[in-house]
Design a protein around this ligand. Sequence first.
Ligand code: BG6
Length: 496
Amino acid sequence: MTDTAPPCRALVLFGATGDLAKRMLWPSLYALHCDGLLPEPFQLIGAAKSALDHGTWVERVRESILSSANAKLFDEATFAAFSGRLAYVSVDVQSAESVAAIKSALKPADGAQDGAHQGGVIFYLSTGPQLFGPIALALNAAGLVDTRSRIVIEKPIGTDARTANEVNSAIGSAFAENQVFRIDHYLGKEAVQNLLALRFANAIFEPLWNANAIEQVQISVSESVGVDGRWPFYDSTGALRDMVQSHLLQLLCLVAMEPPASFTPSAVRNEKVKVLWSLRPITAANAATHTVRGQYTAGHSAGEPAKGYLEETGARPASDTETFVAVKAEIDNWRWAGVPFYLRTGKRMTRRSSEIAIQFKAAPYNIFAGIGATLSPNTLLIKLQPEEMITLTLMHKKPGMNEVKLAEVPLNLSVGEAFETSRRRIAYERMLLDVLRDNSALFLRRDEIEAAWQWVDGIIAGWKEAGLAPKPYSAGTWGPSAAIALAERNGHSWHE
Ligand code: BG6
């Protein structure tokens, strides 16, 4: 805990039976328990609509751990101790009286009469975003919010700058800004945090970290999965709102921000928001040259036939929602003037891969040209998934006596290899621990969310005004060929 962190005594998880809770949140809380990182005492209260008795609830939590990436941490004795923290309340979040029932599940601390009035409760809203405001207001009306409470919400926060502002205002009427933790789970990924260490704990990169030495930056998050199962949600969202507004812009901020004065939440977030404010607007005038929208058609994924977006379960026969987007972003400041930041993300692409590639400028002159050697520019590659890895490619002489032959060789700084004992954690473990520690450095502030939406809203308005429809791409490919042209127009190509 930070020295000044007020102690928390319970976490109430709304949407406790939902998909995210099952796959990520309960397994992450269990891992924190195993590592002795949960406070004592600390209750974990699940809140959802279904009526479940205690035994059934404990069994459900056990199953979610056993079917998760943290299953290997499971053992009966540890789970028995963990289950001592668990409680479940059936809540209809639309009803303020029903939300007030949470009070009865909160155990009073030793010697106290009433659990509800001791504060220090974390409320995690793993629910639809339309419920964030109503739940926050109902918690407040029930007297469950005090200065030690925290609220955790997750994207999507709104669907544009206006609705994000509405959600933030509703939450803000019950919780102060320093009590609000807006999660972007990409910031909990180990490699992303390593990017901060790489930039700000090593002196060698800073002199090179600007437009003088860097040619281009690529941030690419490709997924091999489609949207089957959540078509209606996805169709009202699209790749730009779903991924770029949040994860990709956050990664861009971490690459592009100035060194913060300290690693405190306000110092880090002040620098991130400045980057968002410096993004050059994309409008109808430049949307066609700076963006590409795509939508997958039938093809193959992992060697199996894959349906097109419009043939997925629940699909409407016509939709112009993009499942792929590529953007050439430009940052108008001294450090980055003239350096393109290519952002690319999509469903049903060739493979699952998230990476940041920072390509340095080419050597000014090739003294090896006479012997037929070509030089590749150095690239710093930060891979987030499927494996976590940082490599720097350098030109190297191939061993041999007769002639000089050059090859591009990656220098590996693989997290897994350097620290063999470290277990690969679910990103939510880190995020939950930061909430417990009251450390919001890796959570988004209200102005960041709204600045990101403003830039994205401009692109969406530009697409509409310019009539830019998604271009088809076959499932299992890297997206429409226009995305290749987007980079090629500037003499660049995608790192693959
Ligand atoms: C979510 C998006 O925020 O991130 C999903 O809504 C996407 O559409 C997911 O699949 C990707 O997360 P990860 O951690 O699997 O890359």
